[in-house]
Each structure stands twice: as structure tokens, then as C-alpha cells.
Design a protein around this ligand. Sequence first.
Ligand code: FAD
Length: 432
Amino acid sequence: MQEKPAIVWFRSDLRLRDNPAIINAVKSKKPLIFLYIYSNSSDASFQEGGKEKEWIFHSLTSLEKDLRGKKARLVFRMGDAASALSDLIDETCADQIFANAEYDPFLVKRDRKIKMALAARRVQVSFFHGNLLINPFEMMHISEKPIKELSKFIAILDQYFRPEKPLDAPRIFLLYSKKPFSVGIQKIEISFDFAKYWMAGESAAQNKLKSEDGIISPHLNTGEVSPRDLWHRSDRQEELKIREFAYHLLIFFPESPYRPIQNEFLRFPWIHNLHFIASWQKGKTGYPIIDAAMRELLSSGYISDDHRQITATFFVKNLLLPWQEGASWFMDHLVDADLACNTYHWQQVVGSMDSLTELIDPALMSKRSDPYGNYIRKFVPELSNFPLEYIHMPWNAPKELLDSCSYPARIVDLEDSKYRALRAFNQLKDEK
Ligand SMILES: Cc1cc2nc3c(=O)[nH]c(=O)nc-3n(C[C@H](O)[C@H](O)[C@H](O)COP(=O)(O)OP(=O)(O)OC[C@H]3O[C@@H](n4cnc5c(N)ncnc54)[C@H](O)[C@@H]3O)c2cc1C
């Protein structure tokens, strides 16, 4: 009779290379079952948006193919994770589960409950930190309390940690001999022209790794590539340290996706203006650089770090809209939506509220980031015929030119927005 099997439970680690859950499962010498669960909506803080879902669909297709190449099968189940695991254990008598940890606060709680419930059934659940450079709790052990400043975090990281070398994918697996029921890969409704922009999967991620300027974040987000692989095989170490810090904040400030880390901003008089929110979301603010970036987000699911910074700052500081709404829109529309990185940056924008010199002038930012106006012309076709002198500030264009296109007027005047922001911030200080 075959030994009791172990389950490798894939989550945000859709890869075979440098995957500690897989390596440890192989080391256990047990026959393996590979599992992916389409969890239901109550399982996480944020549900994946359509574009991220589509990425996961393509990534799973690729993972399934890679596993088939090693004669293994990927079992797909649906429903809440606890029940799906419990059913599979009933059917197969599996007595060990290997997985890489998740850090969304809801998933942390869920996983803790699952581990306890299964321990009572004598099923051992082991989680590994395969999606981070280092074990976040070892860092906490050194710092003794959660760290709020990036520079301090990096100083400790540099002094005490050397991210381990990535591990090769196992060449062969010992497999469970029976074929547990699988619902198969769930087709999803196509929400955008995915193939025009992206290629998902571990091989695509490895190819990106070889090119210096390829966008890697969606691959990292689905776990098609590990941060340790990136650390050792690219020159993105500084960026990865910021990512690691973002995870530190999410783990040790689990309310941060909703609650400002700096308490005084709980009292900030945000303005709930639905017209402003909708104009920003759809790229109709009347500020070309903001609109171009927000429309790029809608079409491709990605915008550069600079454009994320500009659009988020405009949302928070110029429009005084509640930052959680902007963060949530990004989570819904980014292909690389990552609760830790996204929360960290939106919190950063709010935390720098006192430096209103950073209240952005979109026209100035636009001239800097898009000196010839090509980016704007690509994503804001209404302005494609505008000469360079007006492309960043169409409101200064002659009336005939403006009337000839359907580009919206600015939703706020810059001077007004500066005045409102100062007043709101002073109100906060006065209440201290
Ligand atoms: C408002 C705002 C929201 C953001 N939301 C997300 C998000 O949801 N998901 C996400 O992955 N990144 C987010 N970022 C960070 C950053 O914009 C992206 O990681 C970056 O654009 C990815 O580009 P790249 O793949 O070329 O990464 P590279 O520049 O090649 O860096 C390699 C990896 O390091 C990490 N990284 C790089 N820059 C940063 C950074 N500034 N902060 C944290 N990690 C970083 C990413 O995981 C990235 O894939 C956000 C930034 C801002 C300002």
C-alpha cells in the first residue's frame, strides 16, 4: 500500500523553481498531490480584480502544463479553503500539507484556523516564507518592535540578513497514484486584451528576468518568480528591499489597508465627492497626465511607479478624497495588485500630507515625465492633434482648438485645491 500522501497547496506561488513548499514536500518522501483552490469571496481582504484574475488564469494554465511535463497533475477545487482541504483529506487520507505563507491579514487568520483545525485531525500543516526574501518574524525578533521607517528597516536588513540562494525545481516527483476529482481550470470572462500586453507563467517570468527593463511585478505578485531569484539574478535589490518593508508593515500593522498608520489622519476631513472620484477613475479630470495614466491602467492594468505616484498624490492631496477609495481602485485594476505594496504607497502619500509643497502641479509633472507629449497622445486621443505647447495644459489652448475636441475641463483649479488642502491640514493641526 502506498504511504499516506502530502498535499502541496499552491496559492500566490505559481512556480516550480525556488518554491520552499515544494522542496520540503519532496524532502518528506511522501507521494504528492498538487492542489489549487478557487477560494470564495469571504476568504480575503480584497478580491482580485478582473485583470489580476485573468493573469492568474493564464498563470495556472502554464503551471498545469509545467506539472504535466513532469507527469504530475494539478487538482482544482472550489469553495472555502478549509472545506476544500478537509474534503481532499477525507478522500485521500493525506496527513501533511505544504504551502507558502500569505500575508493578507484575513488569509493569515484563515490559515491559522486551518492549521489548528487540521492539527486536531493529526494533519500537519507547514507554511514557508517562499514569497519574501527573509523570514519577517526573524526581522521582528531583532527589531523587537514593528519598524515604521524604511531606512531603519533597510539598515537592519543589510546588517543581519543575506537572502538565501534560490533553489532549483525538483526534476521528478513521487506522485499519489490515484486521481482525485478536479473541477479543472475555471475559464474566466475576458475583461481586456490580455495577450496584447502580457505573457504569464513561470517561463515568461524567467525570460523577463534576463531582460534588464522588463516589468516583473505581476510575475512576482502571482509568485511565478521568487524574490530570492530576483535578488540573486537581477540588479533589483533596492526595489526588493522596499517590497520587503511593505510586507513588514502589512504583517505588523494588519489594519493598515483601511486605517492610517499615523493616527492623526483618522480625523482628516476627507471630501466624499463622487464626481471627483469617478472623473479620476475614468481618466476625465481635465489634467492630461493624470488622465493618460488612469486610462492606461484601465486598458493594460499597469502604470509605471512615477505615474502611480502622480495619480495617487493628485487623488489624496489635490482632490482630498479618502485614500482608501483610491487604493481600492488600484487593487481592482492593477495586474500586479499587491495588498502590501499598494497599501504602503497610499499610506506614504497620506503620511506626507504635512509637506504640501508636494501638492502636485500635474502640468509640471507632465512636462518632466512626458516631454514630447507622446504618452498623453497615446492614451488621450482627444488631444492627439494638440501641439506640444498646449498638450500639458490644454486649458491654455485657443478656444477653437479646445472646442474642436471633447476633452473635459479641469475638475479643480490648482490654486483652489492648494487652498483647500492647506485649510484642511491646518484644521487637523488646530484640533491637536
Ligand atoms: C500608489 C502606488 C501603488 C503601488 N501599488 C503596487 C502594487 O499594487 N503592486 C506592486 O507590485 N507594486 C506597487 N507599487 C510599487 C511600484 O510602482 C511597482 O512595484 C513597480 O511599478 C513595478 O515595476 P517593475 O516590475 O518594473 O519593478 P522593478 O522596478 O523592476 O522592481 C522589482 C520589484 O521590486 C518591487 N518594487 C519596485 N518598486 C517598488 C516600490 N516602490 N515599492 C514596493 N515594491 C517595489 C516590486 O515587487 C517589483 O516587481 C505601487 C506604487 C505606488 C506609488
